[in-house]
Design a protein around this ligand. Structure first.
Ligand code: CMP
Length: 141
């Protein structure tokens, strides 16, 4: 297992529900460390660029509207096998299929308003971390 970094976004639905702390608790209980974090309100251009890989999907415009509807918390998580581990902690994209004990089972509303985002592979994790954080703002520990 490699020590990895992954990008987490606590999405507008979860921020609006005031469950940032609950989500951070689940992250920390899984032995992942928050090594950078910031609350921001994504612009339309930022949301479009971040989700550019989905631009041909029918849900793309709705996704951009949702992600710009309110503030989000972007964080870098670090730990052994962090990418796969965080995806396990998040649960399935569709909360109807998420396991008990996962963030999405606890807090997500539907397949779009699904509380959190996490990188899906080492290459995307590197790109997504760099999208929001310069190396100087990440505190490995
Ligand atoms: P995320 O893990 O951030 O990656 C892409 C996002 O698009 C996903 O979470 C959901 O918020 C959204 N999404 C994925 N599939 C669908 C879908 N079938 N309908 C609506 N939104 C979706």
């Amino acid at each position: 297992m490699a020590n990895e970094r992954t990008l987490s976004i606590i999405k507008p639905d979860a921020v609006a529900k005031n469950v940032i702390g609950g989500i951070f608790s689940m992250i920390e209980a899984a032995d992942l460390k928050v090594v950078a974090t910031r609350m921001i309100h994504l612009t339309e251009d930022q949301a479009k660029a971040f989700y550019a890989v989905h631009r041909e999907r029918p849900f793309y415009n709705d996704l951009v509207s949702f992600m710009t509807a309110g503030p989000v918390v972007v964080s870098v998580l670090e730990g052994q096998d962090a990418i796969a581990k965080y995806r396990k902690v998040m649960g399935a994209t569709n909360p109807a299929q998420a396991d008990n004990g996962t963030i999405r089972k606890a807090f997500a509303e539907n397949i779009e308003r699904n509380a959190v985002h996490g990188s899906d592979a080492p290459e995307t994790a590197a790109m997504e971390v760099a999208f929001f954080f310069p190396e100087s703002e990440i505190r490995s520990r």
